[in-house]
Ligand binder design. Structure first.
Ligand code: ADP
Ligand code: 5GP
Length: 211
């Protein structure tokens, strides 16, 4: 069995990456969403251990001190980090892993794991981004303002990513994202390691064509 691949997905807040990531995990087998640790408060409906591990700043600092994170960053005033052991265990079991992380975290991951596949999700326009953030209703006006201010800087990083998906019509964007994952799974290294029965490819010794 070959190791899984790591998919790093970044986007400005509200572009739709959580929506797209959860569709991916629902639709494809053998792919896991990495549950980050964060010091931000849970939104209504978010579940500890499913959406995030919600921790105090003290607990977060402790994990940093233990070098438990593959990457971590301060984003929109809160701390977020990816637990290294959780990710490495899944990859070594042959499972693909998706990281939904910001641009600072993506840079750290690329340095440590250069084989990671990087994908940026763009909204179709600034106006749509504002509308999606407002309609989601999970942040107050001040927090939306901060997220939009950060969005401008984050979108400048798009050129550092290998793939870009514009999330206009959800089903179209999802199709593109899925195609990226399936293309990665079709890399010769992975196909040879998992699917190919070498014995079945050997010619039959009494094959009429070879005698
Ligand atoms: P992110 O995780 O990037 O912050 P979300 O996945 O929470 O963004 O999406 C922000 C809001 O936009 C949500 O209310 C979501 O349902 C909605 N949304 C996401 N993608 C689309 C789309 N293609 N068309 C319309 N609404 C969308
Ligand atoms: P939200 O608060 O909307 O869930 O996430 C805010 C931002 O934090 C998003 O850009 C998201 O990708 C990013 N984020 C979530 N988890 C992590 C993580 O573990 N590390 C980093 N660096 N960013 C994260």
């Amino acid at each position: 069995m070959d190791r899984g691949d790591l998919f790093v997905i970044s986007a400005p807040s509200g572009a739709g990456k959580s929506t797209l990531c959860s569709m991916l995990v629902k639709e494809l087998d053998n792919i896991a969403f990495s549950i980050s640790h964060t010091t931000r408060s849970p939104r209504p409906g978010e579940i500890n251990g499913k959406d995030y591990y919600f921790v105090s700043e003290q607990e977060f600092e402790q994990l940093v001190a233990e070098d438990a994170f593959l990457e971590w960053a301060r984003v929109h005033g809160n701390f977020y980090g990816t637990h290294r052991a959780h990710v490495m265990e899944k990859l070594s079991q042959g499972t693909d892993v998706i990281l939904d992380i910001d641009v600072q975290g993506a840079k750290q991951v690329k340095k440590r794991l250069p084989g990671a596949v990087t994908i940026f999700i763009l909204p179709p326009s600034w106006q749509v981004l504002e509308e999606r953030l407002t309609k989601r209703g999970s942040e107050d006006r001040e927090k939306i303002k901060l997220r939009l201010q950060n969005a401008m800087k984050e979108m400048e990083e798009v050129t550092n990513y290998q793939y870009t998906v514009v999330n206009d019509v959800l089903e179209v964007a999802f199709g593109q994202l899925k195609a990226i994952v399936l293309a990665q799974r079709s890399k010769t290294r992975r196909v040879l390691a998992s699917n190919v029965d070498i014995d079945a490819l050997r010619p039959n010794p009494d094959s009429w064509f070879l005698v």
